[in-house]
Structures are given as C-alpha cells and as structure tokens.
Write a protein that binds this ligand. Sequence first.
Ligand SMILES: C[S@@+](CC[C@H](N)C(=O)[O-])C[C@H]1O[C@@H](n2cnc3c(N)ncnc32)[C@H](O)[C@@H]1O
Ligand code: SF4
Length: 330
Amino acid sequence: MVIENDLRIMAKQYVPEGGSFADFEAPLFMAWQLNQECNIACLHCCEEAGHFMPDTLNSNEVANFCEQITTMKIPYVAISGGEPMLHKDFYKICEYFRKHNISLKVETNGLLITKEKAKWFGSLGFRSVQVSVDGATAEAHEKLRIKGKWQPTIDACKYLVEAGVTTEIVFVPTKFNIHETGQLIDMAHKMGIYGVYTGKTMRIGRAAENWDALCPTDAQYEEFFKVLKEKQASYEGRMKVYYYPYDVIEELKYRLEYPSASLLVIPNGKVKLIGPMPFLCGDLRKHTLAEIWERYKKSWKDPKVTAFAKKVIADPTMVAKANDWVELYN
Ligand SMILES: C[S@@+](CC[C@H](N)C(=O)[O-])C[C@H]1O[C@@H](n2cnc3c(N)ncnc32)[C@H](O)[C@@H]1O
Ligand code: SF4
C-alpha cells in the first residue's frame, strides 16, 4: 500500500505522457526490505515479520548493492522491513545514500526513535520518515500492533518533528481502528506532521490469516473514504492527507498494463516483480542490478505472470500466496 502511494507520485513526477517504464535505463525507485526481524508482531503484517531470515544479505553484499544503486543513479530509495532500524547496517546504509545525494525514505514503527536518533535523522536530510500509527488511542493501536506501544510511537513522531524531519504517518484501517481515522488526522495536524497516508488493507501475510477479524465492512470503508475526503479538503495547504482509493486487485490490474519503474528487493537479495504476486525476477547474488532491471521488464510479459494475475483477479483470496515465492529465472 505504502509503496504504491509512492509509485503513483513518482510516476506523475517522472514518466512523460505516453511514456513507459520500459524506456528507462534504470528504475526510478528502489523499495528495499532490509530485514525480516521485528520488535513487535502486528496482526495485519503483510511481511509476516518477526524472525531473522538466515539468508539475509551480509554486510559485504549490502555494501555492494548500495554501490550498484548509486552507479545506476537511482534517484529515490525507500527502506523498510521488518523493522529496518533493527538491522545492524541501518545507519551506515542511510549515511551512504545521503552522502550520494539519493532521496531517502524510511518506514518504521518508530519504537527505536529516541530524541538523539531523531536528531540524527534531522542531520541527514531524509526525504521523509514514515511512522506507522494505527490509532488515535493506545487501545486501537495496541490491539493491532501486538507488543507495540502507542505513546512511545507518538513521542517518536514528536521528536522527529522537533528535529525538523519531514514526518509522515501511515495508518492501516481495520475493524479495530477504522472509526478513529478522523481523530488521528486531527491529532497528526496538531503534532506538526507533514502528511497522513492510508488506503485499504492488503490481504497478504498475517492480514490474510486474520482477515475475518480485521477486514472492515463495506459500510465502514464507505464512511472511511467519506471522512478522508472531508479531511483532505479541510487540511488542504496545511497538511497532506493522501489516501489510495484502490484495493490490491485493482492495483494489480493497473500494473499489468502499466508496470512501474521500480524494483522491490527483499532481505535475501531476491527481487519481487510486485508485492501482491509471488514472482521473483532476479537475485542480487546471481545477477547485477542492471541485469535484474532488464529481467524485470521482460518478466511482465511472462505467460506465468499473466496467467497467475488473471487467477488472482478472479479469486482475490489468492493474493495470500504472495509470499510463496516463485523464481522466474534459474
Ligand atoms: C511492513 S511495515 C515495515 C516497516 C515498519 N516495521 C512499520 O511497521 O512501519 C511497512 C508498512 O506496511 C504497512 N502494512 C503492514 N501490513 C499491511 C497490510 N496488510 N496492508 C497494508 N499495509 C500494511 C505497515 O503498517 C507499515 O506502514
Ligand atoms: S507491520 Fe512493521 S512493525 Fe508491524 S510486524 Fe510488520 S514489520 Fe513489524
């Protein structure tokens, strides 16, 4: 969801009218899931995060990948996880990208952000730091974000704002918290947040396992989008309220026709074609980044991909298979 928001924004910024992702010699955007570890265990986690992936890229491989990103002049990188701030090379990676003037966003649950860490973010000039806040109250947030504490998350946002960091909040709507959408947006504005981002919850990973307990009803979603529309209008020019109106299936239909100029790298260096499908189009341990980019372009035409996409569109519950990887190379 979050990545798709970025991709739409990037596409508007960089892709000329009538242009295609295939015209680009390098991706415009790199989404990198650094790790699979997490300090909490959200019921909706699309990455099923919580454990260390034993084949995670090692420090040398990480450094090599960073170098390839700068060599290919990829302008924008978003670092996520798991909880990326738990990765032992997190600080080094961020400092490297900023030294090479790459626009950088970090997606975090905020729990490791102290006043000092917030100052560090401030000193590096990040494009933004995106903190997940899943409620205007501790009750709603902590029901969904198991072991995640609401108050320290809010404090992290405040520290970031005080340190001059462009701070964004991401909110994932479920039955537990969707009624607090408007209240959260108002609270974010009072806190000096740059933007609030949301959209429908994806039926992937643990969200798929817990779908009946989590998925809002149609009536709840209708009210949610009504509130978002009103808040977007009332905060115009003061705070961004960005909501992505499509669900994961609508997104997939769109991407089949218009793949984005982006790559999604998972912790072991394999490269996914797109979040909601299981296909891997490359492996940093086997291919250079430039080769992977060419493989990515070709993979969208692979009959296995189009056949699977059609099946998912007919039966959206199949999105749950997105984390059962299928390699499109040997
Ligand atoms: C997987 S998390 C990783 C970064 C960090 N651990 C965090 O929670 O912000 C990245 C973003 O995806 C969101 N997310 C997780 N599961 C999701 C789902 N099923 N649908 C939509 N967004 C989801 C999280 O709330 C978070 O904003
Ligand atoms: S959504 Fe983020 S914080 Fe929650 S379990 Fe997944 S990786 Fe961890």
